[in-house]
Design a protein. Structure first.
Length: 56
């Protein structure tokens, strides 16, 4: 299964990660941060012609 991390363009040291069911933009400083900022690409939940991201 493919995985992806999403990095900010204007804050290149920050990644989108999940925490407490919310998304936040933070620097990655630990292994937990890295895991929280890694998502699996899966079949779309709302439309199977699209993709969705599932947290790792």
């Amino acid at each position: 299964m493919a995985t992806i991390s999403l990095r900010s363009i204007n804050f290149s040291d920050r990644f989108i990660r999940h925490a407490n069911f919310l998304g936040e933009l933070t620097p990655i400083v630990s292994e937990l941060d890295k895991n929280d900022a890694t998502f699996e690409i899966v079949q779309g939940l709302a439309d199977d012609r699209l993709i969705s991201f599932r947290s790792v």
